[in-house]
Design a protein around this ligand. Structure first.
Ligand code: SAH
Ligand code: SF4
Length: 339
């Protein structure tokens, strides 16, 4: 049985047509799922009973199993979800500011890219998530915590290695007839797959792009993020220029501050040079401990970077870490059952 949560409105309308069902019924069902977050055909009370029975026979409405919920003292909640095949993923709900409620979504079970500072990278890749599995994370959390203001693809996995399913899930999230979530409040974070950044630029959407930069020195970046060997900094920079000129949108560069590794004067200078001529702002991120090899930079170093960037007319902010105590912070997601 196919999972109906996985269907775009177009696909659903096409299938309903084949089933000789009126097109407005497809819209109704789509709305029940993606707007009202209903995962039970019997709850869809404005559908005639025979139609509900037809749908039940043809489609499943399967979401994910909430295996564990860890609640941190800063209000961050980490969800451990079990997939149908037993795979485990994590998603995070955070209250970042008074009025801001953010969900952080996973896109893969594990990640093949092996960035040395990231816990997910140590798992390797098990598989890509389906669009339904990506959406289900958001929907199950939103059912418990409504009025979500932001969605970020910054959980486990590299979104652009699961490009089609991530774009499909995003389009469903922002569609009028579906979740109708504001495009500008969705952010996809990538480790810097230049080819996909260009493809994303062509999508013509308002969804935001963030890139995990972490170093503006090719040798160091290749050590921290092996993907840099495939898409070195000049290639990445070209893709970002293409993105900005095609979309007129600013890109966020994420930079994890690692004590004695990428937080020196020369690193700052290279970062400033990389940013010049790019429509970009820099998020300086406090390192969350994942291994003994790295330590977070001293707060004074982070402040120094902010001042240096601002002094060079480059927009920069510090991203305060949430959820570190419960292993729910960026880079700590490793989906251990003991979590
Ligand atoms: N694969 C994508 C999205 C998931 S990682 C990417 O790499 O962008 C999401 C974010 O977590 C990235 O910005 C990454 O740089 C950051 N991150 C990874 N490990 C971290 C750690 N130990 N401390 C702080 N941030 C980390
Ligand atoms: Fe994968 Fe992103 Fe972690 Fe790198 S930082 S290993 S790309 S999830």
């Amino acid at each position: 049985m196919t999972n109906i949560i996985d269907k775009s409105l177009d696909e659903l309308q096409g299938e309903f047509k084949t089933l000789k069902l009126p097109a407005f019924r497809a819209k109704q069902v789509y709305r029940w799922i993606h707007h009202k977050l209903s995962f039970d055909f019997d709850e869809m009370t404005d559908l005639p009973k025979p139609l509900r029975d037809t749908l039940k026979a043809k489609y499943s409405l399967e979401t994910l199993l909430i295996k564990h919920k860890t609640i941190g003292n800063d209000g961050t909640i980490k969800y451990l979800f079990e997939l149908k095949d037993g795979g485990l993923i994590e998603s995070v709900f955070m209250k970042t500011r008074e009025e801001r409620k953010t969900i952080c979504l996973s896109t893969q079970v594990g990640c093949p890219l092996g960035c040395v500072f990231c816990a997910t990278g140590k798992l390797g890749l098990k598989r890509n998530l389906t669009a339904a599995e990506i959406l289900s994370q958001a929907y199950l959390i939103a059912r418990e915590y409504p009025d979500i203001s932001n969605l970020v693809f910054m959980g486990m996995g590299e979104p652009f290695l699961n490009y089609d399913n991530v774009i499909k899930a995003t389009n469903i999230l922002i569609s009028d007839a579906g979740a109708n979530f504001g495009q500008r409040r969705v952010t996809i974070s990538t480790s810097g797959l230049a080819d996909k950044i260009k493809e994303f630029a062509e999508e013509n959407s308002q969804v935001r792009l963030a890139v995990s930069l972490n170093s503006a020195d090719d040798t160091l970046r290749s050590k921290l993020m092996p993907i840099n060997k495939k898409f070195p900094l000049p290639v990445l920079r070209d893709a970002l220029r293409y993105y900005s000129s095609t979309t007129n949108r600013m890109v966020t560069l994420e930079y994890i501050m690692l004590d004695g590794v990428n937080d020196g004067e020369a690193d700052l200078k290279k970062l400033i040079n990389f940013c010049r001529g790019l429509d970009a702002k820099v998020n300086l991120i406090q390192f969350n401990r994942t291994c003994k090899d790295f330590r977070p930079s001293k707060p004074a170093r982070i402040d120094h970077f902010v001042e240096g960037l601002l002094g060079a007319q480059i927009n920069a902010v510090v991203r305060r870490s949430r959820g570190e105590a419960i292993g729910a912070a960026c880079g700590q997601l490793a989906a251990k059952t003991s979590a």
